[in-house]
Design a binder for this molecule. Structure first.
Ligand code: SF4
Length: 216
C-alpha cells in the first residue's frame, strides 16, 4: 500500500468514526423554517445523501466524495467565528455519519445543536432539537421516532397528507407536527394546506421564509 492509499484509508476510518466529515458548505444565516424560524443559526451542510427525492433542491450534496473532509475541531472552530450559538446540522443526510463526536464537541463549546434529517439512517448524536422530515423515497430507520421533536412533512402532492398522518402516528406524543409546501408548488398548494390544517388542527404550517428573504 502506498502513502496515498494509507491516507485515504485513514480518512475513511476517521469519517466512519465521525471524527472527520465531508462538508458541502457551512454558513451563518437565519433559520427559515420549522420551530426555530427567525433564529440566527450556523448551518453545517454535510455532503452525502442516498434518499433521492425527485424535488431535492440540493442534489449537488448527494455525492459525498465531491466535498472536502474536515476534522470536527476545524468545523467547530469555523462555527465559533460567528456570534450565534445555534447550530443546525443538515445535508445531504447527516445521519449517514456518526454524529456523536461532532455534537459532543459543539456542546462543549456552548452550542445548541439542531438536526434536520430524513431519518433514513440509525440515529446518533446529542441534539437539543430533532427535526424529522421523512421522505417517500427511502424509509426512515425506526430509531428516529422516539427522538423527533418536530415532524416536518413536505407537501408535494395530495397523497402526502396521508403519508404525513401515517408518520404522525409513529412519533412520540410531544412531537410538533408541521406541513410545509414544496417550494416549486407553493403557490398552487398552499391554499389547500391551509384548509387541511384548519380541519386537522394538530398540524401547523411551516413556510420556507428564508426563500422569501432571499437568504441561504
Ligand atoms: S433527503 Fe434531503 S438532501 Fe436527500 S434527496 Fe431528499 S431533500 Fe435532498
Amino acid at each position: 500500500m502506498n502513502t496515498l492509499d494509507l491516507v485515504a484509508q485513514t480518512t475513511q476510518e476517521l469519517v466512519a468514526a465521525g471524527l472527520q466529515l465531508p462538508i458541502m458548505e457551512a454558513f451563518y444565516t437565519i433559520q427559515g423554517e420549522g420551530r426555530f424560524t427567525g433564529h440566527p443559526a450556523y448551518f453545517i451542510r454535510l455532503g452525502g445523501c442516498d434518499v433521492g427525492c425527485v424535488w431535492c433542491d440540493v442534489k449537488e450534496s448527494w455525492e459525498a466524495a465531491k466535498w472536502p473532509v474536515l476534522s470536527i475541531e476545524k468545523i467547530v472552530e469555523d462555527a465559533l467565528a460567528f456570534p450565534g450559538r445555534l447550530v443546525v446540522i443538515t445535508g445531504g443526510e447527516p445521519l449517514m455519519y456518526n454524529m456523536d463526536p461532532l455534537t459532543k464537541l459543539l456542546k462543549e463549546h456552548g452550542f445548541t445543536t439542531n438536526i434536520e434529517t430524513s431519518g433514513a439512517h440509525p440515529f446518533s448524536g446529542d441534539f437539543d432539537w430533532v427535526c424529522f422530515s421523512p421522505k417517500k423515497f427511502k424509509k426512515p430507520h425506526p430509531s428516529i421516532f422516539a427522538e423527533a421533536d418536530e415532524l416536518k412533512v413536505v407537501i408535494y402532492n395530495k397523497s402526502d397528507y396521508e403519508f404525513a398522518e401515517q408518520y404522525a402516528g409513529l412519533v412520540n406524543e410531544s412531537c410538533e407536527l408541521r406541513l410545509q409546501p414544496e417550494w416549486s408548488k407553493a403557490v398552487k398548494i398552499t391554499a389547500e394546506i391551509i384548509d387541511f390544517v384548519k380541519n386537522h388542527p394538530k398540524w401547523n404550517i411551516s413556510l420556507q421564509t428564508h426563500k422569501f428573504m432571499d437568504i441561504p
